[in-house]
Write a protein that binds this ligand. Structure first.
Ligand code: PYC
Length: 309
C-alpha cells in the first residue's frame, strides 16, 4: 500500500494512493458503506498501530462519481468512518499539490456527505468551503459521572459535535489527559441518555472551547475524536459546527472572520456565508505539510497485519 503522510496544524492525514480496496463506481456514500461492510480491514491495517496511530485520519483517494469534481475521498480513522474531515481535506489538497496532481485554484472534492469546494492557495495552504452546517439542538444537558450536569449544543459540521463552553480545566496541552477523560465521559453519557444528532446519528465528537488566553485568536478548542485521540488541529468540521452555533446565536455575522485555535496552538481562519433554511456554509483556511511517503508492507504471518484492535 502506498501512502503519503501530512499534517494539518499538527493533525496527521494519511492518503492512500495505491493498494486500497476497489469500491466500484457508486456514489461516495455507497462506496463508503461498501468499504465499511466488506473491506474494513484496509482501514484497520492502514491507520491502526503498529503502522500508524489513533491520531491519524486516513483518506482513501477515489474517482469521483460527480463529474464536476476532480477528486473523491473517503475519510476514516482507527474506530470507523468520518462524513467529512476539514484538516484531512486540507492535507489531501496539499498532498495532491506535492504530487503535481492539483494546481493552485478552485477545485471540487466529493465526500460521502457532499461536495466540498477547495481553493488551493499555494503548495501548503488551502481554503475549503465545507458542507452546509447547522445547530440541531441548543443547551442540551447530560449528567456525566464525576462531572455533574454538562450543558452543550449539538451541531453538524460534516460530523456530529457536542460543543461545551469551557472545559473542566483550562484548555492547555498539559491538561490533555484530564480533558480526554472528561470528554469521553460526556460522550458516554450522551450515548447512554440516547442524545443524538438528527436522525438518531451518534454524536461522536466532543468539543470544549474557551476564549484564547494571551492570544488574538477568537477561541481555543479541545476536540475529542471518535477513536479517543484529540484533534491537534482546530478541527475543520468542529470549527464549522462552532460557526453554526455562533450564527444561530447572532454572535457572528456572515463574512466576519473567526480565528479558531487548537489545543496545540495551530490555527484555522474561518468565516461563513448563509445557506438554506438557517444553515451556514463555512469557509476554513489552513496549512498542511508533507511528512512522509511510505510503502506499507503487510507480511504473511504478521499477527498484527490488520492492526492492533
Ligand atoms: O478537521 O474536521 C476535521 C477533523 C475531524 C476529525 C479530525 N479532524
Amino acid at each position: 500500500m502506498r501512502v503519503i503522510d501530512s499534517h494539518t496544524g499538527g493533525e496527521p492525514t494519511r492518503v492512500i494512493l495505491e493498494g486500497g480496496p476497489d469500491l466500484g463506481a457508486g456514489s461516495l456514500g455507497e462506496r463508503c458503506a461498501l468499504f465499511a461492510r466488506q473491506f474494513d480491514r484496509f482501514r484497520t491495517m492502514s491507520v491502526r498501530e503498529p503502522r500508524c496511530s489513533d491520531a491519524t485520519v486516513g483518506a482513501l483517494l477515489c474517482e469521483p462519481s460527480d463529474p464536476t469534481c476532480s477528486v473523491g475521498v473517503i475519510f476514516f480513522n482507527t474506530s470507523g468512518y468520518l462524513g467529512m474531515c476539514g484538516h484531512g481535506t486540507i492535507g489531501l489538497a496539499v498532498t495532491l499539490a506535492f504530487l503535481g496532481r492539483l494546481q493552485p485554484g478552485a477545485h471540487r472534492f466529493e465526500t460521502p456527505v457532499g461536495v466540498v469546494k477547495v481553493n488551493l492557495l499555494n503548495a501548503n495552504e488551502a481554503q475549503i468551503e465545507n458542507v452546509e452546517s447547522y445547530r440541531y439542538r441548543k443547551s442540551v444537558s447530560v449528567d456525566a459521572p464525576g462531572l455533574g450536569m454538562v450543558t452543550g449544543d449539538i451541531a453538524w459540521g460534516g460530523n456530529w459535535f457536542f460543543l461545551i463552553d469551557g472545559g473542566p480545566t483550562a484548555l492547555t496541552l498539559s491538561n490533555v489527559p484530564e480533558l480526554t477523560r472528561a470528554s469521553m465521559k460526556i460522550r458516554h453519557a450522551l450515548n447512554e441518555a440516547g442524545v443524538t444528532g438528527e436522525g438518531g446519528a451518534e454524536v461522536d465528537h466532543i468539543e470544549f472551547f474557551e476564549k484564547s488566553a494571551g492570544s488574538d485568536a477568537d477561541s481555543r478548542n479541545f476536540v475529542l475524536c471518535p477513536g479517543g485521540a484529540y484533534d491537534r488541529s482546530p478541527c475543520g468540521t468542529g470549527a464549522s459546527a462552532k460557526l453554526a452555533c455562533l450564527a444561530a446565536d447572532g454572535k457572528l455575522a456572515p463574512g466576519e472572520v473567526w480565528i479558531q485555535e487548537s489545543i496545540v496552538g495551530s490555527r484555522f481562519v474561518t468565516s461563513y456565508r448563509n445557506g438554506d433554511a438557517g444553515r451556514i456554509i463555512p469557509t476554513i483556511t489552513g496549512s498542511a505539510y508533507i511528512c512522509g511517503e511510505t510503502q506499507l508492507i503487510f507480511q504473511d504471518g504478521d499477527p498484527f497485519r490488520f492492526g492492533i484492535s
